[in-house]
Write a protein that binds this ligand. Structure first.
Ligand code: LLP
Length: 423
């Protein structure tokens, strides 16, 4: 018998009523009526609160990792809250520029930046290019404009973060960055400082994602600290990675605790107090602000279990399939009820792996026709959405102060058909 949903998983403004849930003062049932399902709903207040917490924790040196969730409205909100934006591809760069983000607020990442991506980023004048390896250094040498370019060097500290192997990046065996222990980081350093116009502003060291314990960061800072001894730099970016709670029994550290741990770790590692400590959180800013509303369409009882199928699935949330990530579910019209019914919440895609919640606890009455929501889907849900089975991607709606504002419309069959090349 599972307890009612833990409101700690919901956006900050969520209010559980008898037969509805309000977020940002807006009824989720009304939202589903107006925009249809599935739909991603984001609470602006939560987004802004997390952005502010990050700024406070890192002395204003924060670039929001836009890969976690990017659309024009999100880019503008991040900048409005004083964050820069980390873009990892030409596509993210393009969206940010279209949204009106000044290039001086953008940081370009990527382990395989194409010449075109580098050229555009440099031409528009991004704030930083995070250099990832020797091929890129060679490419960069040909592209430095007369006004020069500011770069960070991404290093690999040889540290294993305690997280899923797909989202670990600090270990030696990684496609990202240059290793400190092999001497590559020192060689890359020299190569960069040899290129006229390249200003090496600092190091970048991202050890992974969905991290709950700070020992990996501390270990990475030790390695970076030794490397930095005798070298003078303005900035050390620790990347992102702070974990969030997805299910009731998880507890994630607050952004402020993360910032404090990084400062303490840098101090302990002997990193000069003059070195600016910056960060690039993605998930910690957007995950809890978002939730997904689905409509249940079929309920099937097998000898093994009961399946409840909703109108989305692995196309709007591939994380359970990719990483085995857990989620909770709740019945929007019965948010305070006990949840004794264990169901496998599945999507509408043509494969058995299309599972959203392996064992979703829901009220006994929940079934076909009901509105079922999964909280904490704000990060890497819409961002990784696909059109598998030609299921159009859901819309994104922002809510604040009792108002709902669509910021990305629902994809249509026409949108999908537009890519066909006519014979
Ligand atoms: N900075 C760099 C260089 C990164 O590679 C990442 C994430 C971040 C910052 C932001 O990390 P965050 O604060 O969001 O953990 N799709 C996976 C996560 C992949 C993360 C990739 N890089 C997931 O759904 O869990």
């Amino acid at each position: 018998m599972a307890a009612p949903l833990d409101p700690a998983l919901l956006p900050d403004t969520a209010a559980l009523e008898e037969d509805d849930v309000r977020v940002g003062g807006v009824s989720l049932r009304a939202l589903a009526e107006e925009f249809g399902t599935p739909v991603f709903v984001y609470d602006e207040a939560t987004l802004r609160a997390r952005a502010r917490a990050a700024r406070a924790a890192f002395d204003e040196g924060v670039a929001y990792a836009s890969k976690a969730f990017l659309c024009g409205a999100m880019a503008r909100l991040a900048v409005d809250e004083g964050l820069d934006l980390d873009v990892a591809t030409g596509g993210e760069l393009d969206l940010a520029l279209r949204a009106g983000v000044p290039a001086s607020r953008l940081v370009l990442h990527g382990n395989n930046k194409s010449p075109a991506e580098l050229e555009r980023a440099i031409a528009v004048g991004v704030r930083r290019v995070v250099v990832d390896g020797f091929d890129e250094i060679a490419r960069l040498a040909d592209l430095v404009p007369p006004r020069g370019v500011d770069v960070l060097l991404r290093v690999t500290p040889g540290v294993e973060a305690h997280t899923h192997e797909f989202v670990r990046t600090g270990q030696e065996d990684s496609k990202f960055g240059v290793s400190i222990s092999t001497g590559d980081a020192a060689r890359a350093w020299r190569a960069l400082t040899d290129i006229p116009g390249v200003r090496l502003r600092g190091l970048h060291c991202h050890i992974g994602s969905q991290i709950f314990e700070f020992d990996g960061y501390r270990a990475a800072l030790e390695v970076v600290g030794s490397f930095l001894a005798g070298r003078d730099l303005d900035e050390l970016c620790v990347g992102g990675g702070l974990g969030v709670a997805y299910v009731s029994d998880e507890r994630a550290p607050a952004i402020a605790e993360w910032g404090a741990a990084i400062r303490a770790g840098a101090h302990a590692a002997g990193i000069a107090a003059a070195t600016r400590l910056t960060a690039e959180p993605g998930r910690a800013i957007v995950a809890q602000a978002g939730l997904t509303l689905y409509r249940a369409g079929t309920r099937k009882v097998t000898s093994a279990r009961t399946y409840l199928a909703v109108d989305g699935g692995m196309s709007d949330n591939p994380r359970p399939v990719l990483y085995g990530s857990g989620y909770e579910a709740f019945d929007v019209a019965r948010p305070r009820e006990e949840r004794p019914q264990a169901l496998r919440l599945v999507g509408k895609h043509c494969e058995s792996g299309d599972v959203i919640v392996d064992e979703a606890w829901l009220p006994d009455a929940t079934g076909v026709g009901d509105l079922v929501a999964t909280p904490v889907t704000g990060a890497y849900g819409y961002a990784m959405a696909s059109t598998y089975n030609r299921v159009p991607r859901p819309p994104v709606v922002f809510v604040a102060d009792g108002r709902a504002r669509p910021v990305v419309r629902r994809e249509t069959f026409d949108d999908l058909a537009r890519l066909e090349v006519e014979p």
